[in-house]
Design a protein around this ligand. Structure first.
Ligand SMILES: Nc1nc2c(ncn2[C@@H]2O[C@H](COP(=O)(O)OP(=O)(O)OP(=O)(O)O)[C@@H](O)[C@H]2O)c(=O)[nH]1
Ligand SMILES: [Mg+2]
Ligand SMILES: [Zn+2]
Length: 393
């Protein structure tokens, strides 16, 4: 027993030290203001209900405020309310079970007990969108990356080789399934050159359609790199370029998140948008061009005169599990045909009475669009069979 108490004490000391090492919130000038973040009416109503519940549990309602989670530093949330910015932990009645999983962007019922620096999260209010990915193996779980964001900016780096359009298509399906809008930033355009960029834009248009919101950037190009030709090639294809192109995606009032592999240049891009080096960036490995997971904190930064963007740690794997709705949103033309196939479980590869194949033969889909759809659909079919049905949400 004594041993267990000692271990517990040691854990507490370690947790206290970790808290002390967190950056002081008052020094973070890039944090959004309360007026930059807008809760929906549904969330405001839910806050009212949460106050009633807390009052019934004996909480002084004068201490309750509606707040938004603007950072998660090693799991510790920072919350912004109308009057204050403070760190918070979970009220004891919340710490059990999955309710304690708060994400950046979450609106919460927060409590600041009189004379306390640390706040408490009494309740997480319902999410309007939930950007989540599946992680782990057969008994995996959904990990929420951010809540209540309007737009996901998928950042994909360019290089000498053709853009990894399969990865962008996969990201698009997950984003559209999560209830957010999608935009794609092709970063590091200086590495691809004008011809490479033109090739990559065409590939993405082929797979994801011409109305895909696309921006080509080179925010971290070395000083003497000439990107004028490269940007001209993109603009010639009707694609926006540079930091202004990205800013236009995130007007005031919009909350966005950047999503992409480690090393894709997400933090570099956000620093360029902020006009100063607020976020840490790190070199990629020469051997495989992969990043080293430089960003570890999920946090909001506020763009001057524009909206808010959440910087995220890079994601390696993006398994597709149960995102059929997202697939149908990204490929509405294929999904429409698929509904009239003779077999409900048609794989659209060889079956008689397959409307997708018939359409491909008669009118055709753009280039590699069908190929991308089939690859994603088949992966989802496979994951559905291997996953434990109990954990599929
Ligand atoms: N050539 C070139 N290099 C870039 C560009 N943008 C970023 N880089 C480099 O790519 C590397 C990774 O950049 P980061 O901004 O740290 O990438 P990240 O996506 O934030 O990575 P994680 O935080 O690990 O997820 C750095 O060495 C950057 O200098 C660019 O436009 N051109
Ligand atoms: Mg980063
Ligand atoms: Zn079919």
């Amino acid at each position: 027993m004594a041993k267990r108490a000692k271990t517990k004490r040691r854990q507490e000391v370690r947790a206290d030290r970790a808290k002390d090492a967190l950056p002081a919130l008052s020094t973070l000038t890039e944090l959004p203001g309360f007026e930059d973040l807008r809760a929906t009416e549904r969330q405001v109503r839910a806050f009212g209900e949460a106050c009633k519940t807390a009052a019934a549990a004996g909480v002084d309602t004068d201490e309750l405020e509606m707040g938004c989670v603007v950072r998660l530093d090693r799991g510790y949330p920072a919350i912004i309310t109308q009057d204050a910015t403070f760190r918070a932990e979970f009220a004891t009645r919340m710490t059990k079970g999955s309710f304690s999983r708060v994400a950046v962007g979450d609106w919460v019922c927060a409590r600041r007990p009189q004379g306390h620096e640390m706040g408490l999260i009494e309740e997480i209010l319902p999410r309007e969108s939930d950007i989540a990915r599946w992680r782990g193996g057969n008994r995996g779980e959904r990990q929420t990356l951010a809540a209540n964001v309007d737009l996901v900016v998928v950042v994909q780096q360019l290089g000498e080789r053709e853009v990894d359009f399969a990865r962008v298509a996969r990201s698009a399906v997950i984003v559209r399934d999560c209830g957010a809008e999608l935009a794609v930033v092709l970063s590091k355009a200086d590495r691809a050159g004008a011809e490479g960029v033109a090739r990559d834009i065409d590939a993405l248009h082929e797979v994801l359609g011409d109305d895909l919101r696309l921006v080509v950037t080179a925010a971290g190009a070395q000083g003497d790199a000439d990107v004028a030709d490269i940007y001209a090639a993109a603009e010639g294809r009707g694609v926006a370029v540079g930091e202004d192109g990205v800013r236009a995606l995130v007007p005031a009032g919009v909350v966005a998140i950047v999503l992409g592999e480690s090393g894709a240049g997400k933090s570099t891009l956000l620093n360029a948008l902020l006009g100063r080096n607020v976020l840490e960036t790190g070199a990629v490995r020469a051997s495989d061009d992969a990043g080293r997971h430089t960003t570890v904190t999920r946090r909001m930064v506020s763009l001057p005169a524009h909206g808010v963007i959440v910087d995220e740690p890079g994601l390696r794997s993006l398994p597709l599990v149960g995102h059929e709705r997202g697939l149908a949103k990204v490929f509405p033309d294929v999904a429409r045909e698929a509904q009239t196939c003779r077999f409900r479980d048609c794989t659209h590869t060889h079956e008689p009475g397959c409307a997708v194949l018939a359409h491909a033969q008669d009118e055709g889909y753009a280039g590699r669009r069908l190929e991308a759809y089939l690859a994603l659909a088949s992966e989802m079919r496979a994951s559905r069979q291997t996953l434990d049905p109990d954990v599929v949400i």
